[in-house]
Design a protein around this ligand. Structure first.
Ligand SMILES: *[C@@H]1O[C@H](CO)[C@@H](O)[C@H](O)[C@H]1NC(C)=O
Ligand SMILES: *[C@@H]1O[C@H](CO)[C@@H](O)[C@H](O)[C@H]1NC(C)=O
Ligand SMILES: *[C@@H]1O[C@H](CO)[C@@H](O)[C@H](O)[C@H]1NC(C)=O
Ligand SMILES: *[C@@H]1O[C@H](CO)[C@@H](O)[C@H](O)[C@H]1NC(C)=O
Ligand SMILES: *[C@@H]1O[C@H](CO)[C@@H](O)[C@H](O)[C@H]1NC(C)=O
Length: 280
């Protein structure tokens, strides 16, 4: 009786160890097969996800937004590498982008010209849409900005809040927004003789208000927006698209050309890229 107990006690751990070994071995095998399948699916997904344009309502003008932008239905790997600022949002069927912490509506995107027509979202419903106490911001596109003004680059609307002046000229106009006098001009705000509480610069296309700067025409010009150029590199994407791929990044700083059979470094005919994420 005593010997029997010790012998089974000796055998049991041995049996357990080999059972656990096989169990773990098989489990690891199954898991790695799933991993490989997930990898293949992920590679497939990158191509199909990035091939789709940014989806925001039914507006034709937004249908062709792809690389370098990402956001909503487009994963970050579908955008230009390492640039969180290229994220688009969709609000009430309108595509929007935030540049230097100012939100703009995207009115048009010209793919190959890398041009964007945008309008300030806060001034979308006119000069008086922003109150004197709101957080005012100038639109700025300095040399380091990935977006630069394009076309009619110098034209801007200057809004001078609480500007008490009786000055009248063919260039300086005024209106009243919520009992606050607002002077607006396309001319240098320094030429207005008053001490406003705040001056705001809003880019517009000057030719839209030629000669007749009524509040209505200014409000229409605000909705007409202005042009920006994306200064990033679009050449590598052109090559990729020409080879049947769709553009994106490796989740870091490198360009990727996503093709039907996985990611490539430059085009679908170039060297195959190492898979991203867990597929290393
Ligand atoms: C957005 O567009 C869809 C399809 O055209 C429409 O059904 C929906 O009501 C729109 N939503 C808004 C907030 O305008
Ligand atoms: C599409 O967007 C443009 C620019 O925002 C606007 O002028 C136009 O009315 C929109 N069209 C539709 C059908 O919503
Ligand atoms: C906008 O720029 C003008 C001119 O540089 C400046 O006087 C004004 O204070 C700026 N406004 C804001 C809100 O930063
Ligand atoms: C503008 O004109 C009004 C009425 O003529 C006058 O009361 C006001 O003081 C003038 N303001 C300035 C800044 O000259
Ligand atoms: C400016 O616009 C106003 C209102 O729309 C109009 O009555 C006036 O004739 C226009 N003036 C010129 C010079 O176009």
């Amino acid at each position: 009786m005593f010997t029997l107990v010790t012998s089974t006690a000796r055998m049991k751990p041995l049996f357990q160890r080999s059972f656990l070994f096989y169990f773990y071995a098989i489990a690891i095998l199954i898991l790695s097969i799933f991993d490989i399948l997930a990898c293949i699916r992920e590679d497939d997904n990158q191509y199909t996800n990035c091939k789709k344009a940014f989806k925001c309502g039914n507006n034709i003008s937004n249908r062709r937004i792809h690389y370098p932008f990402w956001g909503k239905n487009r994963e970050q790997y579908c955008g230009v590498s390492n640039d969180p600022n290229m994220e688009l949002t969709c609000e009430g069927n309108v595509s929007k982008i935030t540049i230097n912490s100012i939100k703009y509506r995207i009115l048009k995107w010209y793919n190959t010209a890398q041009k964007l027509t945008v309008a300030r979202d806060d001034y979308w419903s006119g000069i008086c849409a922003v109150n004197v106490c709101d957080n005012h911001k100038n639109s700025t596109f300095d040399d380091n900005s990935l977006f630069q003004r394009d076309g009619d680059v110098s034209s801007q609307l200057n809004l001078l809040y609480n500007c008490d002046t009786n000055q009248s000229s063919s260039m300086i106009f005024s209106t009243t927004c919520n009992n606050i006098k607002v002077v607006y001009t396309l001319a240098d705000p320094g030429s207005v003789t008053c001490t406003p509480t705040v001056i705001v610069e809003v880019p517009i296309m000057g030719n839209k208000v030629a000669g007749n700067a009524t509040v209505n025409s200014i409000n229409q010009a605000l909705q007409g927006g202005f042009d920006l150029k994306w200064t990033g590199n679009y050449e590598e994407c052109k090559g990729c698209v020409a080879s049947g791929g769709t553009c994106g990044n490796n989740g870091g700083s490198e360009f990727r050309c996503f093709c039907k059979d996985g990611p490539y470094t430059t085009t679908c005919l170039s060297e195959k890229a190492p898979s991203s994420g867990k597929c290393k």
